[in-house]
Design a protein around this ligand. Structure first.
Ligand code: 9MG
Length: 266
């Protein structure tokens, strides 16, 4: 999954892809480099970021989704926590809704996904993007994430969403410490065992825990660290990887996947 942020303050690409033409060109480049899904987001989820209005989010994402969906080469995902934005996005051609709140902010997202027969990514997070890094850490991150995801999946099903439409995501970087992010990647197989029928998505790309592990490396110097986390995630059972640097990740994934498949089943 290639990340297409259409936000002026996007933390990892500096708003580089904010104009319509640049956004389309960047999406096409990610597809040519191996992206199987493009995730379009109009509201930054960087730590400390503010919510944007529905009108502004729609203004940013809908024209981009309409254009990308019209070319039809890969499914488009809408990264939003607002059911009104998700509804407009699926009408514009998006086939997946990516909810970083796991239905905590707007449960109506499940209704939109169910009605449109869209996929729904339920990500674990704590607090809001504005306050998540100020929250006291939880003692047992594996139990917290598994219980949180179970609640989100149950709510989605109560709202009529088919279980086959659900993808789960541990939410790397969202209200977790550096050590907890590493633990979640290292023990991804525990999450896979807890949800054996659900695909797992993970997003580590350029995140601050990688910068912290690399002596404060800025976002544009986190590629090799990102690739290490991508490979570890694939080896431990991730099915969908959300990244900015598609070519590097796609090549690393092809090799890691071949090695994973060569491993004897224990
Ligand atoms: C929007 N967004 C930012 N980080 C993410 C992550 O790790 N997973 C998902 N599903 N979405 C994310």
């Amino acid at each position: 999954m290639g990340v297409l942020n259409v936000t002026p303050d996007s933390f990892s690409d500096g708003g580089q892809f904010f104009s319509f033409d640049q956004a389309i060109a960047h999406a096409e480049r990610m597809i040519s480099e191996g992206a199987d899904i493009i995730d379009v987001g109009g509201e930054s989820t960087r730590p400390g970021s503010e919510f944007v209005s529905e009108e502004e989010e729609l203004r940013r994402v809908i024209p981009v989704i309409e254009r990308l969906a019209a070319t039809g080469s890969v499914p488009i995902s809408i990264d939003t926590t607002k059911s009104s934005v998700a509804r407009a996005a699926v009408q514009a051609g998006a086939e997946i809704i990516n909810d970083i709140s796991g239905l905590r902010f707007d449960v109506g997202l499940a209704d939109v996904a169910a009605e449109a027969r869209a996929g729904l990514v339920l990500m674990h997070s704590r607090g809001t993007p504005k306050d998540m890094q100020q929250l006291p850490p939880v003692a047992d991150i594996m139990t917290e994430v598994i219980n949180g995801l179970s609640d989100s999946v149950a709510i989605a099903e109560q709202h009529g969403l088919a279980r086959e439409a659900v993808v789960i995501d541990p939410g790397i970087g969202f209200g977790k410490t550096v050590a907890q992010n590493c633990e979640l990647i290292a023990k991804l197989n525990t999450i896979a065992h807890a949800f054996p029928d659900l695909p797992i998505m993970i997003g580590t790309s350029r995140k601050s825990f990688i910068g912290k592990l690399l002596d404060g490396a800025p976002a544009d110097e986190r590629l090799y660290g990102t690739i290490a986390s991508v490979v570890a995630s694939v080896m431990n059972g991730a099915h969908i990887i959300r990244v900015h640097d598609v070519r590097a990740a796609a090549e690393a994934i092809r090799v890691a996947e071949a090695i994973r498949l060569a491993k004897p089943v224990s």
